[in-house]
Write a protein that binds this ligand. Structure first.
Ligand SMILES: CC(C)(COP(=O)(O)OP(=O)(O)OC[C@H]1O[C@@H](n2cnc3c(N)ncnc32)[C@H](O)[C@@H]1OP(=O)(O)O)[C@@H](O)C(=O)NCCC(=O)NCCS
Length: 200
């Protein structure tokens, strides 16, 4: 599609902005964060630096990046790189951060300080994972489907057998979207669900 392209370095500010504006279970996180960067530091920007060919933006009618899908074909390798390379300077920066504006902000910063743990799904045929976020004015217009189909084609071309992802239990809209895209629930957690899809 003409209004979807791979992420460029110049798009990075938009990634951070979109991440924050969809950070509260899919809704605007702005009111819940003193620190406007932490969400993008963990859930958006690192993917561009690790595997840029699996990061796409959707442009609005003015050519402004207004949605993205970012991900990796190899969650285990991304986790190692996060722990060894990406996160240490951020962990130093956030180590003494205490002025949490909300539980949402505290959760993101504590996640960043802890880093990713070992997951079982990459070893069970779902090595890829992704994050997809679109600003409200472009939601419900088919861009989510286009971004997802673009991402799935790219990971399949890399020979990846499956994708997993986590969804906040409060984000019922996203549940419907992923089910429509062919994902099924692999696991229920206290915070939500892990969805997955495998390719023939
Ligand atoms: C969730 C999100 C990515 C979906 O993207 P979107 O552009 O709004 O979705 P689309 O318009 O492309 O819809 C794609 C398909 O899913 C269907 N769909 C979307 N939401 C649905 C829902 N809640 N229930 C059932 N079907 C749904 C659409 O009807 C459409 O079906 P079709 O293509 O067969 O006609 C987008 O709304 C978003 O970014 N929300 C905020 C951030 C967020 O929640 N991200 C996910 C975090 S886990």
């Amino acid at each position: 599609m003409q209004n979807i392209r791979t992420v460029l370095a110049q798009d990075i500010p938009y990634l951070y902005s979109i991440a924050l504006k969809t950070a509260f279970a899919g809704l605007d996180g702005t009111p819940y964060f003193n620190d406007t960067w932490c969400v993008g530091h963990y859930y958006a920007a690192p993917y561009f630096f690790f595997e840029p060919e699996l990061c796409y933006v959707a442009l609005d009618e003015n050519g402004t990046p207004s949605g993205y899908i970012v991900g990796t074909s190899d969650t285990a390798s991304l986790s190692s790189w996060l722990l060894e390379t990406w996160l240490p300077p951020l962990q130093k920066h956030y180590k003494h951060h205490q002025a949490f504006k909300s539980e949402a902000e505290e959760t993101v910063i504590r996640t960043l300080l802890k880093g990713p743990g070992q997951e079982m799904w990459p070893n069970l045929g779902y090595p890829a994972h992704l994050h997809i976020n679109i600003l409200p004015h472009l939601q419900g217009k088919g861009l989510g489907r286009s971004l997802m189909e673009t991402f799935i084609q790219a990971v399949q071309e890399k020979g990846v057998p499956g994708i997993h992802l986590g969804v906040d239990g409060r984000n019922t809209r996203a549940y419907g979207f992923y089910e429509r895209m062919g994902f099924t629930i692999l696991e229920q957690q206290s915070w939500g669900s892990v969805f997955g899809i495998q390719f023939p």
